[in-house]
Design a binder for this molecule. Structure first.
Ligand code: GLA
Length: 373
């Protein structure tokens, strides 16, 4: 493994262990996690690998095969910058939670396509949490590790994300999607054998990331919280009479509520179809999810809309944006023999507008975080 050789070269000895945590795509259930709703992501075949050896002197030496990070001591974690804040945030979160975590030498090697919205940051957090848990015998469960990783991102890095990405990275299983109730944090895996149905889930990486993404994410959360307050419920998850709720709301709060509540129904409907073996039928739900994200939640952008429309025109059974929106990736459910036509259709639509061609990556539902060596 190249990360072991590089670790030996950098730190002069073999690492005590090597761990891997994957990125994710979300099949459906978008912007529902922080509304206590349902999500259905799965881990992808790309992720972050970490070679780690604990240190007794409280120093954290962090490096990556993709970028550099300076050595830090546990008393100066706050000084970490850039990408290093994600792994360092996990040391911080673990210590805040009272776990006896010392220093470490870490070498990181990642292959999650950058900027594609496939949660490379969650993978980075979860791989470090998993390694520290094993090395220090903390006995934490996978969901506890996901929560610590989320805490690192929320309170140390300062990104107000929900639990979906970290949970998908920690708990996914190969060949399965992960159904997660973001209130109870109960989860179940659901078989997702696309190839058996002659299908592919194609990731279409638009290659764009609009700068407003972060501020808009926080604004959507705030819209949802104020809508829930108006309706007198703890979270939009608790809306049982959507028609009644919509009558009491207006403007953005009304639109956001409509999306969140109908999106949770779509998650359940999609699971029903998977259970029934009607995998090819889920496309219609993907399309409906995209329209709702575009029109009600307003987190799409031209590049995503064009990718989704052109994919469907080219013969995809359904397509939608995946992840937070404002760029990143769309997913398209495609019959294998249609995949070349779908790609061509999207490429042509991008070329017509003078946009750089998107990247196409077939997703394989993969295993969650684990020790490799
Ligand atoms: C980002 C966040 C997740 C989730 C999605 C939208 O990926 O990190 O927690 O809110 O957006 O579904």
């Amino acid at each position: 493994m190249r990360v072991i050789e590089a670790f030996r070269e950098m730190f002069g000895a073999d690492p005590q262990g090597v761990w891997h945590a994957p990125g994710r795509v979300n099949l459906i259930g978008e912007h529902t996690d922080y509304n206590d709703g349902f999500v259905l992501p799965f881990a992808v075949q790309w992720g972050v690998t970490a070679a780690v050896t604990p240190r007794a002197d409280g120093i954290v030496r962090l490096s990556s095969l993709q970028a550099d990070g300076p050595p830090l001591t546990l008393s100066e974690l706050e000084a970490a910058e850039g990408w290093a804040r994600y792994p360092v945030g996990v040391f911080w979160a673990m210590r805040e939670a009272g776990h006896a975590v010392g220093g470490a030498d870490l070498l990181i090697d990642g292959d999650v396509p950058q900027g594609a919205g496939l949660s490379s940051s969650a993978a980075l957090e979860v791989v470090v949490a998993t390694a520290l848990n094993d090395l220090h015998g903390l006995g934490l469960g996978k969901m506890e590790l996901a929560l610590l990783a989320q805490r690192a991102e929320n309170d140390f890095v300062g990104v107000p994300c929900g639990i979906m990405d970290q949970a998908a990275s920690a708990l996914s299983e190969e060949g399965k999607a992960l159904f997660l109730d973001c209130r109870s944090l109960g989860s179940r895996t659901i078989p997702l054998d696309l190839a058996a149905h002659g299908l592919q889930l194609l990731i279409i990486d638009t290659g764009v990331h609009h700068d407003l993404a972060d501020g808009q994410y926080a604004r959507r959360r705030a819209d949802c919280e104020s809508a829930a307050r108006h309706l007198g419920v703890d979270a939009l998850r608790d809306v049982t009479d959507l028609a009644g709720a919509l009558k009491r709301l207006s403007g953005d709060e009304r639109k956001r509520t409509q999306h969140v509540v109908t999106e949770s129904h779509r998650v359940e409907a999609l699971i029903g179809l998977l259970r029934a073996g009607a995998v090819a039928e889920i496309g219609a739900l993907l399309n409906a999810s995209h329209l709702s994200l575009r029109d009600q939640y307003e987190v799409s952008c031209a590049e995503l809309d064009v990718a989704v429309e052109a994919a469907v025109r080219g013969g995809a059974r359904g397509a939608r944006l995946t992840g937070g929106g404002f760029g990143g990736s769309a997913i398209a459910l495609v019959a294998e023999e249609r995949a070349p036509a779908v790609r061509k259709s999207v490429e042509a639509a991008y070329a017509e507008r003078g946009w750089k061609a998107p990247r196409f990556l077939p997703a394989a539902p993969s295993a969650g975080a684990r020790r490799l060596a």
